[in-house]
Design a protein around this ligand. Sequence first.
Ligand code: ATP
Length: 234
Amino acid sequence: MALLHISSLYVGYNSLNVLTDVNLDVEAGTQVVLLGANGSGKTTLLKSLMGLLPVHAGQIVLDTQDITRLGPSARVRAGLAYLSEIGVIASLSVEDNLNIGGYYLTRTLRRQQIRSLYQQLPILYEKRKNPASSLSGGQRKILAFAKVLMGQPRLILMDEPSAGLAPVMVNEMIQILNTYRSHGPAFLIAEQNVKFLEGAHYVYVLDNGQIRFQGTPQDLDADAHIKAAYFGLT
Ligand code: ATP
């Protein structure tokens, strides 16, 4: 049984459907990439998973719980997290942001968790006393990521982590994700940058609100038709 199971999902704005009959699974602890061009419906799918857009039809199950009609905060309690830089509070220090991310953990657990994040993400240790406002765009993304991890979610939804990042920071983000590849939460990463396939366990291609392909990155690499049609690769 998958950690996240989406079946026959229809979502849209007003009465218009943007997503049509979307079926998608994320297994516990895996990294799944949702590839799609601008306007293909990636953000619409992630927002509907967080309860920010109403579902017209279909079902979203997290573990064994039907969350299709739950509000966003109940979904967070169920183990979902949405990675967004809006979650970083610019006037607070890096460490205080992390403390807020783990506010409901015990003090001891929170400290342990912060220590282990500092080991994995040394830039945050270096900047721990600095206000988040002093971080670069890439560093702020790393802080947002760490803050979400503090909450110990089971599934993290990431909407275009590469957006606005210089290529060197994109590579760093991919490396950070790789360190969580075989342990830690599951990830559903909406992207148009095929570089994110490097560490992915599974990939779905979304086009015009429909899933056009699903398989491993190796399967996608072997599919000349999909590669040519959606990524201009030959
Ligand atoms: P991007 O990478 O540009 O964010 P995306 O794959 O995330 O693209 P969505 O933002 O989900 O795509 O948009 C999918 C479709 O839904 C697009 O055709 C878009 O015009 C439409 N859409 C998005 N937001 C709204 C809205 N608030 N009202 C009406 N239509 C919308």
